[in-house]
Write a protein that binds this ligand. Structure first.
Ligand SMILES: Cc1cc2nc3c(=O)[nH]c(=O)nc-3n(C[C@H](O)[C@H](O)[C@H](O)COP(=O)(O)OP(=O)(O)OC[C@H]3O[C@@H](n4cnc5c(N)ncnc54)[C@H](O)[C@@H]3O)c2cc1C
Length: 399
């Protein structure tokens, strides 16, 4: 078995791991960095299976890490993708209400946006009509001009090109199975490290547990399904979102415009029974099913979320008819028959605190001098990949 040594070993070739590798090398080109990825290519999980929405940063409470990193991440990502000639569609986004009782929550989002330094406007029904004629709101809506969209995989490709130039070693088909004495073992090799960075997405909890971190957490995966309406291409020009339920970390069924002008609805937040549950049994693992079955009852009695109503409202979204009926609350003229192309499924690496019976809402990082663990890189961690990398490298790696 071969053995190599690096200053930094990063587990996970998604946007978080890749962006951290880039940031280390930009700050100190003499550091040796390796990214170990279990798959035969980069970005095959959440980083390549998301909506590609470049979020603005108005959802998050001003004291959260998400608030701090999303506005900055939005700006950095626009700059980076533009520099790399990657297409971005500056579509903006409207958040609409479906009843009077949501107006307070809409105002709360507006205030959060202001506190987070996000450009944002409250608009009336007539102004909404000018932006998106077929969209409905009750009285007011929110307009976010700095929300945009890009192809999620294009970011993975652009980061990969930078890493090759910066001489980061990208080691594919290298699944980390053991960690001991400052070295990680894969099926083929052993890599010793000065500092380990765990950016393993859906498996970040498992890696962290091996070093005694994040022991109160398990990953509770939630599946996101999408449906495309090819016939509607270029007929809707902005992302259209509902007001989210503040007790859940998910944003509700929305309509997004892709960078090529396609229209899709989703994603759902249906509990998944194993981590890489993409609709076939290819990556089924029995211990993961047992873990989900042990954690779900704890989640269902959570005092922090309306868990039963979340599950009860999400499960019917397996039905396309029901999913479209939810989207019709935003755009009444939608027709179920038009949404006839299934999108790629993505799974959220949602962290669950078993003791507190709570889904973690913010990003979670745990670290000591030997290792750093990115434990809850949920949405909008694709938007924040570059700002998150700066945060980790400055605060935990001290470079
Ligand atoms: C349905 C959906 C929609 C979303 N929409 C958006 C959006 O519009 N905008 C936004 O900003 N965010 C969005 N997100 C969130 C975003 O996709 C994620 O936050 C982000 O991609 C996380 O990146 P990551 O690098 O942490 O994880 P990942 O992309 O999952 O990367 C982790 C990598 O680690 C590897 N790995 C795991 N275990 C091991 C091991 N033992 N050894 C080696 N490698 C290992 C995996 O194979 C994987 O490639 C969405 C997520 C989902 C699921």
């Amino acid at each position: 078995m071969s053995q190599r040594n690096f200053d930094f070993v990063i587990i996970g070739g998604g946007v978080v791991g890749l962006a951290i590798a880039r940031e280390i090398k930009l700050r100190d080109k003499n550091k040796t960095v390796a990214v170990l990825e279990k798959e035969s290519d980069l970005g095959l999980h959440a980083s390549g299976r998301n909506s590609g929405v470049i979020h603005a940063g108005f959802y998050y409470s001003p004291d959260s890490l998400k608030a701090k990193l999303t506005r900055q991440g939005n700006v950095l990502l626009h700059e980076f993708l533009t520099e790399k000639n990657v297409a971005i569609k500056n579509v903006g986004k409207v958040v609409v209400t479906t009843n009077e009782s949501q107006l307070n929550s809409l105002e709360e989002l507006y205030q959060r946006g202001l506190a987070n330094g996000v450009p944002l406007e409250i608009i009336n029904e007539a102004e909404l009509g000018e932006l998106e004629p077929n969209t409905k709101t009750v009285n007011k809506a929110l307009w976010s001009p700095s929300t945009s969209v890009a192809d999620p995989k294009s970011l993975v490709t652009a980061l990969k090109q930078d890493l090759e130039f910066l001489k980061v070693e990208i080691l594919l088909s290298e699944r980390v199975i053991e960690i001991e004495n400052n070295s990680v073992k894969t099926e083929k090799s052993r890599y010793s490290y000065g500092h380990l960075i765990n950016a393993a997405g859906l498996y970040a909890d498992k890696i962290a547990h091996k070093l005694g971190f994040g022991l109160q957490y398990d990953m509770l995966p939630f599946k996101g399904l999408y449906w495309y309406a090819p016939k509607l291409k270029n007929t809707i020009h902005h992302h259209i979102y509902p007001v989210p339920d503040p007790r859940n970390p998910f944003l509700g069924v929305h309509l997004t415009v892709t960078v090529t002008g396609d229209i899709k609805i989703g994603p759902t937040a249906i509990p998944a029974f194993w981590r890489e549950d993409y609709g076939s049994f290819a990556n089924f693992k029995l211990p993961e099913l047992f873990q989900v079955l042990a954690d779900l009852p704890r989640f269902l009695v959570s005092p922090h979320h309306k868990a039963w109503s979340l599950v009860a409202s999400e499960m019917p979204k397996y039905s396309r008819k029901y999913l479209v009926s939810q989207a019709k609350k935003l755009v009444p003229a939608l027709d179920e028959k038009d949404f006839n192309k299934k999108g790629q499924i993505g799974v959220r690496a949602q962290l669950f605190d078993k003791k507190a019976k709570r889904l973690e809402m913010d990003f979670v990082v745990e670290a000591d001098e030997n290792s750093t663990h990115v434990l809850n890189a949920v949405s909008p961690a694709w938007t924040t990949s570059l700002s998150f990398a700066k945060h980790v490298v400055e605060n935990y790696l001290k470079i």
